[in-house]
Design a protein around this ligand. Structure first.
Ligand SMILES: C[S@@+](CC[C@H](N)C(=O)[O-])C[C@H]1O[C@@H](n2cnc3c(N)ncnc32)[C@H](O)[C@@H]1O
Length: 306
């Protein structure tokens, strides 16, 4: 990410969450507030951009769509990345909710939060949770401005912690905030590993192991290393990579599922679950009446502080 620019991909995932919440049934993940964080102008711009991409990358299928609405629906379901953005959010919040109900966690740290709406969407869980949104300073400043513009006061339980994962240590930044290192915590780190170097990614995971008590959990998504091999990458994922590179946020890092458990163990995390595309399809997409399917190469991991 460029130092002074807020994340365009964060706006892109908010657009996908908003689109799904208002157009699709049943919901994979219902972010019914996402649309509030996108202005009308941004919305129109992103919609036009998706349709332009569809017409350029799959003109034959685009030509079969009778209107813009059906073209957008077809693009979102076949070539765009909503399945990754929606699936990972559902996965993380399902596990979080269970941990809160069982009183296992009292702090939720959202790393690379972007336009995440959890703290506004789940006032019921805020009775039992302190929430920390950790994000790149430029993206976080943009989000806070947007909350002001829409007249949305952040709840008292929401704490903002600006951090650039490429330059700063997450543990140091959390220690400077209201975060309590003794309290069992739940971390989500969604849609971020791709954009960091492997060293910065593992430094952030190591910081979680350092700053959170044993039993605390982190959920993150990642691309497998095949996604970065030109002759192996699936077309849908290549389209996503080309698209975000053009937005100035290139995807540069994947993890190897075969070594992930050992790599995490070396930094104090135990891999509890690692869902591949077939698992994700079975859990979140099977039996849908539309064409949303789990994405190739994308995986959801759940690790626990040892
Ligand atoms: C694709 S968005 C994901 C947003 C949200 N987690 C979601 O799933 O919709 C990527 C997020 O990673 C953050 N990010 C990327 N590079 C970062 C860095 N070096 N330090 C901190 N945050 C970073 C961006 O600011 C942005 O919020």
């Amino acid at each position: 990410m460029e130092a002074k620019q807020f994340s365009k991909t964060a706006m892109g995932t908010a657009f996908m969450r908003a689109y799904h919440a208002t157009h699709d049934h049943p919901k994979i993940f219902d972010d019914f507030l996402a649309h509030r964080l996108i202005t009308e102008v941004e919305h129109r711009h992103m919609e036009a951009r998706q349709i332009e991409l569809f017409q350029r990358l799959d003109p034959a299928r685009a030509a079969l769509c009778p209107d813009q609405a059906s073209a957008l629906a077809c693009w979102m379901q076949t070539w765009a990345p909503p399945p990754i953005a929606l699936g990972r959010a559902r996965y993380a919040e399902d596990i979080l909710e269970q941990a809160v109900q069982q009183q296992q966690v009292k702090q939720y740290v959202i790393l690379g939060a972007g336009m995440d709406t959890f703290a506004l969407r789940r006032p019921d869980l805020l009775e039992r949770l302190q929430v920390f949104e950790v994000d790149h300073p430029a993206t976080q400043a943009h989000k806070r401005r947007r909350l002001l513009e829409i007249g949305q006061e952040p709840p008292a339980q929401l704490h903002f912690v600006p951090v650039d994962f490429s330059r700063e240590n997450l543990a140091d930044a959390l220690r400077r905030s209201a975060y309590d290192p003794q309290t069992p915590s739940f971390f989500s780190w969604l849609g971020v590993t791709y954009y960091l170097t492997r060293a910065a990614g593992f430094a952030t995971l190591r910081a979680i192991a350092e700053v959170a008590p044993a039993g605390s959990a982190v959920i993150f998504d990642y691309l497998d290393t095949d996604a970065f091999v030109p002759e192996r990458v699936a077309k849908r994922v290549q389209i996503m990579m080309d698209n975000v590179r053009r937005l100035g946020e290139p995807m540069i890092t994947g993890f190897d599922p075969a070594t992930l458990a050992a790599d995490l163990a070396a930094i104090g995390l135990s891999l509890h679950e690692d869902l591949g595309p077939a698992d994700i399809e079975a859990r979140f997409f099977a039996g849908r009446p539309d064409d949303y399917h789990a994405s190739e190469h994308a995986r959801f991991a759940w690790a626990v502080v040892a």
